[in-house]
Design a protein around this ligand. Sequence first.
Ligand SMILES: C[S@@+](CC[C@H](N)C(=O)[O-])C[C@H]1O[C@@H](n2cnc3c(N)ncnc32)[C@H](O)[C@@H]1O
Length: 184
Amino acid sequence: MGETPWDKGYASPPLGEFLTKWGVTGRVLVPGCGTGHDVRLLAGKGADVVGMDIAQSAIFRAEAFPAVSRECYVLSDFLDLAASYRATFDWVVEHTCLCALDPSERSAYVDSVCAALKPKASFLAIFFREVSDYSGTGPPHPISREEIDLLFGPHFECVQSFIPTQTYPSRPVGSEEVCWMRML
Ligand SMILES: C[S@@+](CC[C@H](N)C(=O)[O-])C[C@H]1O[C@@H](n2cnc3c(N)ncnc32)[C@H](O)[C@@H]1O
């Protein structure tokens, strides 16, 4: 899609695969929601979803889609989480926000995930584990299993994790990993 090659025009297939087995319910935050395909998928399954993005253009494009249910979009910096979003979510759903950040911002990202969630709430991530021909100059920046454990291990227990078989054609099976974690 021209200037936004990450926008595939439909929701993350691994997220869809997750939702065939488990539910994502209650109040849900999708940081770095882009044009909101994942937000609308989750809202269509009954969740009360906030899509957050730092780019006004993304929010405008997301809001231009017909409403599915109880979703909304906010222009806000996830790394500087406003007080009104703290400890208010049952789930944070990550898909291609973390890989868009500079790796030096990853611990701030984890802090915001923890701050957004209610006690014992869930973090669902579709991690970009491998990027073909990655030269270290992304984005997207892949993340290793070791770094996932280092960043999230002190705050979360793993509930489920798997390599999705449903993927965008441009993301080969094995390049993404779905991790469902619960706050300790
Ligand atoms: C690679 S795009 C992915 C968008 C969407 N998740 C998708 O897959 O279609 C990354 C998005 O994260 C947003 N973003 C980057 N840094 C952010 C921040 N600090 N707070 C909120 N959104 C951010 C960008 O504006 C962009 O829309």
